[in-house]
Design a protein around this ligand. Structure first.
Ligand SMILES: Nc1ncnc2c1ncn2[C@@H]1O[C@H](COP(=O)(O)OP(=O)(O)O)[C@@H](O)[C@H]1O
Ligand SMILES: [Mg+2]
Length: 326
């Protein structure tokens, strides 16, 4: 069966103004999200994962940053050029996002119930208040919150971190979006709650055929939850593959570096990206060629001069590297 592509991001370039000049936080990133699948996006802190997600939501901080190039095709429309009013209709209703820190998404001065109902009011204004309330309570129950009626009356600060995360998931899923973007949704939580939240996202995703972009720096989370993976390095994509291929046949020296110090993914669900010798280059001072050249064990002259183009090395498997053979 051919997979249906629900979101097709291509040639994405994002710039930031900084005190030292303009930097390109994301450089020519492409990826496709398949219907009903989970795409993992992994890479060290600062490699451009969140910024990529925010660009799809059209929530990049203004005026310091902007999309300077590229497209994100959703339902035959380019999200990046949509009038902002059309984007309001898509955001939340068709594409929603959950953040690492729920307090950024929750309003501290309104009860959970009020915030949930507001979502239905925005997107399903034809419902009566009672119908909205019933739908909201049901959704809160669905994300595994005990005593939903009671929680609806509470304020965000009265809930634990795990409960707040669940509330944010309930809010993100209230409109049954086609796409959920989950940016490090469990990083701030303890391991047990983490596993619960991930399995919750997965079970809701399976039931509704939703597509998910799961952003994480935790390769264990990728291995256990994703169908496809994109590995980012310093604003570019280093490697992409289906999840089993990536862990069985990692090809890019960066991916290999990330994986070698992990003893066993199966036994070790909570594996943080290990450190690779050296540092990610500053965006202000990027090498002319491959961005990984300064840390790469295979580096040759060409790597210092020419940016490696992504090339296919197998079914649905690509790398951006001059040196590695297929
Ligand atoms: N508010 C900002 N101002 C300036 N630069 C920023 C800002 N936010 C992000 N960046 C730049 O974008 C890069 C990518 O950031 P981000 O997407 O948040 O990384 P990740 O989510 O992968 O940890 C950062 O390394 C930084 O250089
Ligand atoms: Mg981030």
């Amino acid at each position: 069966m051919v997979d249906q592509i629900v979101l097709d991001v291509s040639d994405l370039v994002i710039e930031f103004n900084t005190e030292s000049g303009v930097v390109r936080a994301v450089e020519q990133v492409d990826f496709q999200l398949k219907k009903g699948k989970i795409l993992g996006v992994a890479g060290e802190s600062g490699c451009g994962k969140s910024v990529t997600a925010l660009s799809i939501m059209r929530l990049l901080p203004k005026p310091v940053s902007r999309i300077v190039q590229g497209s994100a095709i959703f339902n035959n429309q380019n999200i990046f050029t949509l009038p902002i009013n059309d984007m309001h209709h898509i955001r939340g209703r068709k594409i929603s996002m959950i953040f690492q820190e729920p307090m950024t998404a929750l309003n501290p001065v309104h009860s959970i119930g009020k915030q949930m109902i507001e979502i239905y009011r925005l997107h399903f204004s034809e419902l009566s208040f009672d119908e909205m309330t019933t739908a909201a309570v049901k959704m809160v129950e669905k994300v595994g919150i005990p005593d939903p009626d009671k929680v609806m009356k509470k304020y965000p600060h009265q809930l634990s971190g795990g409960m707040r995360q669940r509330v944010m998931i309930a809010m993100a899923l209230a409109c049954e979006p086609d796409i959920l973007i989950a940016d490090e949704p469990t990083t701030a939580l303890d391991v047990t709650v983490q596993a619960q939240i991930l399995s919750l996202i997965k079970s809701l995703q399976r039931k509704s055929e939703m597509s998910v972009i799961l952003i994480t720096h935790d390769l264990g989370v990728i291995a256990q939850n994703c169908d496809d993976v994109v590995i980012m390095y310093a604003g570019r994509i280093a490697e992409r593959a289906e999840v089993t291929d990536l862990f069985k046949y990692p090809k890019h020296p960066y991916t290999k570096g990330l994986l070698t110090s992990i003893p066993s993914l199966a036994k070790e669900p909570k594996t943080i990206l290990p450190t690779i010798k050296g540092n990610v280059p500053s965006l202000l001072d990027m090498p002319e060629g491959c961005r990984f050249e300064g840390r790469c064990p295979l580096v040759e002259d060409i790597c210092r001069k020419i940016v490696p183009k992504e090339r296919s090395i197998g079914r649905n498997h690509t790398i951006a590297c001059h040196i590695v053979d297929a």
